[in-house]
Design a protein around this ligand. Structure first.
Ligand code: ATP
Length: 335
C-alpha cells in the first residue's frame, strides 16, 4: 500500500471560510497574453522546440503532445527558466528571459514534486509567499489553501503524509499564492485518480472563467478535451495543430483509418465495400474478418452500416485498428 491509497485523506470536507474568496473575480492587472514569436530552443544538437509561433489568451489552453514533444521545454521558455535559442517569448507584454519581475505575473506548477516533504502544506505555501515578499502572508496563504480546498487540518500535516492529489494541490496553492495572472501547469493530472482529476479540472475551469490565463500540458487527449477551450498540439517540437477541441477532434476523425471488421459473410461484405467512395482498400485477413482502409471515419461508419443492411450481412465487430494517440499525432504532423 502506498500513501496514495489512504482514502481518508481524500475525503476531508473543506472548512469553508466565507471571508476568504475561493477564486479572485478577475486577475489583478487585467488579463495577460502569452506570445511566442518564431521560438526555437535546442539542447546541444537536440531541437526541442522548433519555430513555434502562438498567442495564448485568458481561459484554459491545453498543450497536447506525446512524451518528448517539447511541452516542458515550451513551458520553461514561457516561465523564463530557459532562453529561446531563436525568437522571443513575452507574457503580458514583457520578455520572460532575464526578467525576475515576470514572477509577479506567472505561477508555475512543475511536473516534478518540487515540494519539501518535511514541511507542512501551510509552511510550504507560506515559504513561497515569503519569497514573493507578500505584505500579508497569512491572508495570502489562507486564500491559496482555500482555492485548492486544502483549508483543512491536512494543511498542518507534513507533505510526506499527502496523497498524490494533495501534493499536486499544494503545489498549485504555492503557485497561486501571489495571485498570478498566468498559471502554467506541467502534466498536472499525472498519477491522479478520477476524483482528484475532477477536482483539479474544476479549479482550473474556475480560474480560466475568471479571466486568468491557464496553460497545462498533457499527453492524454481526453484530459485536454474535457478541460480546455483551446488546444495547441505539439509534436516533435513543432506546432502541429491548433484550435478548439472540436477542430482538433475533427482533424483526428477525418484522417484515414484502418478498421478490423468481422461479419456473417466477409466476402460479400468485402465485395460491396470496395465499390464505396469512403473505402480505400479491403483485405480478407487470414484468421477471418476484413481489414478495411477508410478515407474518412464518419463517412465510412455510415456507409458500412448501409452496405451491411443492403446485403443482409450481420456485422459482428467493427474495431478501429490504429487509434493510438501516437498514430494520430503522426498523421497531424504529416498533414
Ligand atoms: N536538459 C536537456 N538536455 C538535453 N535534451 C533535453 C533536455 N530536456 C529535454 N530534452 C529533450 O528535448 C525534447 C523535448 O523534451 P521535453 O521534456 O520538453 O518534452 P515533453 O513534451 O515535455 O515530454 P515529457 O512529457 O516526456 O517531459 C526531448 O527530445 C528531450 O529528450
Amino acid at each position: 500500500m502506498t500513501i496514495d491509497d489512504i482514502p481518508a485523506q481524500r475525503d476531508e470536507a473543506p472548512q469553508a471560510d466565507p471571508g476568504v474568496p475561493a477564486v479572485p473575480s478577475a486577475p489583478r492587472g487585467g488579463p495577460a497574453e502569452i506570445v511566442l514569436d518564431t521560438v526555437t530552443h535546442w539542447y546541444g544538437n537536440v531541437v526541442a522546440v522548433n519555430d513555434i509561433t502562438m498567442t495564448i489568451g485568458p481561459g484554459v489552453t491545453g498543450l497536447l503532445g506525446p512524451n518528448g514533444a517539447g511541452k516542458s521545454t515550451l513551458l520553461h521558455l514561457v516561465s523564463g527558466f530557459l532562453s529561446p535559442s531563436r525568437g522571443s517569448v513575452t507574457v503580458a507584454g514583457q520578455s520572460t528571459w532575464h526578467n525576475p519581475g515576470i514572477y509577479k505575473v506567472i505561477g508555475l506548477v512543475p511536473e516534478r514534486d518540487s515540494v519539501y516533504a518535511f514541511l507542512t502544506g501551510r509552511q510550504f505555501v507560506a515559504a513561497t509567499a515569503k519569497l514573493h515578499k507578500l505584505p500579508d502572508t497569512d491572508v495570502a496563504v489562507a486564500r491559496a489553501l482555500r482555492m485548492v480546498e486544502m483549508d483543512t487540518e491536512a494543511a498542518d500535516r507534513r507533505i510526506d503524509t499527502y496523497s498524490k492529489g494533495m501534493r499536486q494541490r499544494i503545489k498549485v496553492a504555492a503557485a497561486l499564492v501571489h495571485e498570478p495572472r498566468v498559471l502554467l501547469l506541467d502534466e498536472p493530472f499525472n498519477g491522479m485518480d478520477p476524483r482528484q482529476r475532477m477536482h483539479m479540472m474544476d479549479l482550473l475551469h474556475r480560474l480560466g472563467d475568471s479571466g486568468h490565463t491557464i496553460v497545462f500540458s498533457s499527453h492524454i487527449l481526453e484530459e485536454v478535451e474535457r478541460l480546455s477551450g483551446t488546444v495547441q498540439v505539439i509534436v516533435a517540437g513543432r506546432l502541429a495543430a491548433s484550435g478548439d477541441y472540436r477542430t482538433i477532434r475533427r482533424l483526428m476523425t477525418s484522417r484515414p483509418h484502418v478498421f478490423q471488421v468481422a461479419s456473417s459473410d466477409d466476402r460479400a461484405l468485402a465485395a460491396a465495400l470496395i465499390g464505396r467512395e469512403s473505402v480505400n482498400g479491403v483485405e480478407l485477413t487470414p484468421g477471418g474478418g476484413l481489414e478495411v482502409r477508410a478515407g474518412d471515419y464518419g463517412a465510412f461508419s455510415r456507409e458500412l452500416a448501409a452496405v451491411a443492411r443492403e446485403r443482409g450481412v450481420r456485422l459482428r465487430t467493427v474495431l478501429p485498428a490504429d487509434e493510438s494517440l501516437e498514430s494520430v499525432f503522426a498523421y497531424l504532423v504529416a498533414s
